[in-house]
Design a protein around this ligand. Sequence first.
Ligand code: TYD
Length: 136
Amino acid sequence: MPLEHCRIIELPKIHDPHGNLTFIESDNQIPFAIQRVYHVYDVPGGAERGGHAHKNLHQFIVAMSGSFDITLDDGKDKKKFHLARSYYGLYICPMIWREIDNFSSGSVLMCLASEKYDETDYFRRYDEFMRARWAA
Ligand code: TYD
């Protein structure tokens, strides 16, 4: 799927003088049913994550705290997103290579995913991803 399917999605925000609240529901604010949630934290300065693509997985990534950059690559075009607030996130469709870096200290990345963890769903090598991408 091409890069145009990937986009920033703004989430509902319930403003309250006692603190704001944001929610995410399966197949509602995001275009898939949630099967798994994971978070990445305690990322050391200068670290890079990602460096893979998924065959079938849909994901939605939110910076719950701090900030980081996500660069998406569909094998043809690249686009960089800066995530910095918990009331929006980045939807990533299948067959997109991603690199995540520039983590601020104390940042927390939350990812909602459409499937349970499955290592066979990964392309861990860019050349394999590109072969599959252009074989379609
Ligand atoms: P990986 O997806 O490569 O992390 P990132 O994209 O943030 O760099 O996963 C890192 C390791 O964690 C890898 O060994 C697989 C394991 N893992 C699970 O066991 N379950 C999960 O839900 C995820 C996302 C990763």
